[in-house]
Design a protein around this ligand. Structure first.
Ligand SMILES: *Cc1c(COP(=O)(O)O)cnc(C)c1O
Length: 395
């Protein structure tokens, strides 16, 4: 059996997205910047996509900028806000310890250039606290950037409260909503979001296309200079097919959100119930504030990467955290941020399911994982020492 359970890393392209983009990969190949009708057809497709995306998140079409993905949108949002802040002498940036590296590494770069960064702690439940934000904010705070939903543990942050807090103090608020878009309702007006990033391949559009929403009063600076595409804020001939596919996939996901959630939740609950029965396991992140499809669980006394390899041999695609960290020997910064001890964070498993998964696949996963965990533990010197009472069990 082949089971794809890594939808937080990427998703399959939906038929609706493929159908929408196909004409722009074949006969409608005009350049949107060309004046003749053939080019303008492509231009219209982009503008329709912009309207569709805007409607899905409660924005105005002119507040939507197409990018190459979530990482680019995160970079542009943060660098733009830092630049605007610096002009007013504001060089303090607030974020959290468990952001995606597209955010954390951009902040690191700004730190080297003279900005000060406060990373809010994330509590054991995987949720940031308003008190911590209130304590961190300063007169020279130029940006608050806090992710909507975490990519490794799936927890959702109090975005509406954070948005209201920032708006009251006139501090720009950016959120990396890559894991939320298409999976949870988003309204940038209601939530007082100034900038938001999303990425097509996390909701069944192809890879390499994303969106930066920036409220109309937000000044963006360019990462890429060149032509006047995207209101002069993102040069380069547009990825017309990708943009059209992103809009089709986002609309499809938003229209079917309730239905998809209703399908995913019982599957997720079965994963949690069954896998929690494995002795010395620990579920990471509170399930009270959570995207539907992501489950993150640690098994004491084993190595996450060995677990993934053995699951792969059994046809199961999963992750130990974020795909971007694959190959690194350090445990996930997200798990460490929520206080999972180093030794335990090594044995993490992220299963992220979507509406394309079936209950038969879940049954297969909950049959295979306990077998694999047991086999790995049998071979693990650490586990043997624990079982012999020479080392304490931590969970
Ligand atoms: C996947 C992901 C990104 C990066 O998006 P790309 O389109 O792959 O660049 C950023 N943030 C989060 C939370 C993600 O899950």
């Amino acid at each position: 059996m082949f089971v794809y359970a890594d939808n937080a890393a990427t998703t399959c392209t939906s038929q609706a997205a493929l159908d929408a983009m196909m004409p722009y990969l074949t006969r409608q190949y005009g350049n949107p910047s060309s004046l003749y009708g053939f080019g303008q057809t492509a231009k219209e497709a982009i503008e329709n996509a912009r309207k569709t995306v805007a409607a899905c998140i409660g924005a105005q079409p002119r507040e939507i900028y197409f990018t190459s993905g979530g990482s680019e949108a995160d970079n542009q949002a943060i660098l733009s806000a830092a630049k605007v802040g610096a002009r007013k002498g504001k060089r303090h940036l607030i974020s959290t310890a468990f952001e995606h590296h597209a955010v954390l590494h951009t902040l690191k770069k700004l730190e080297k250039e003279g900005c000060e960064v406060t990373l809010l702690p994330v509590h054991e439940d995987g949720v940031v606290r308003m008190e911590d934000l209130e304590a961190a904010v300063r007169d020279d705070t130029a940006l608050v950037t806090i992710m909507f939903a975490n990519n490794e543990i799936g927890t959702i942050q109090p975005i509406t409260e954070i948005g209201a807090f920032c708006r009251e103090r006139n501090i720009p608020f950016h959120t990396d909503a890559v894991q939320a878009a298409g999976h949870m309702p988003i309204d940038v007006e209601v939530m007082n979001i100034d900038m938001l990033s999303l990425s097509g391949h996390k909701f069944h559009a192809p890879k390499g296309v994303g969106v930066l929403y920036a409220k109309k009063n937000i000044l963006l600076s360019n990462l890429i200079e060149g032509g006047g595409q995207e209101r002069g804020k993102r040069a380069g001939t547009e990825n017309v097919a990708g943009i059209v596919a992103l809009a089709a996939a986002l609309k499809e996901s938003c229209d079917a959100m309730e239905e998809n959630t209703a399908k995913i939740l019982p599957m997720r609950d079965k994963l949690i119930t069954e896998l929690s029965k494995i002795p010395h396991s620990r579920l990471n992140g509170s399930m009270d504030h959570h995207v539907p499809g992501t489950v993150n669980i640690c098994f004491e006394g084993l190595e996450g990467d060995s677990l993934l390899l053995m699951l792969d041999q059994n046809g199961i695609c999963a992750s130990s955290g974020s795909a971007c960290n694959a190959g690194s020997i350090d445990p996930s910064h997200v798990l460490l941020a929520i206080g999972v001890p180093y030794e335990i964070a090594h044995g993490s498993l992220r299963l992220s399911i979507g509406e394309y998964n079936t209950m038969e696949e879940i049954d297969y996963i909950v049959r295979i994982v306990p077998q694999v965990v047991e086999e790995l533990r049998r071979k693990s010197p650490i586990w043997q020492a624990m079982e012999a009472g020479q080392r304490p069990h931590l969970i």
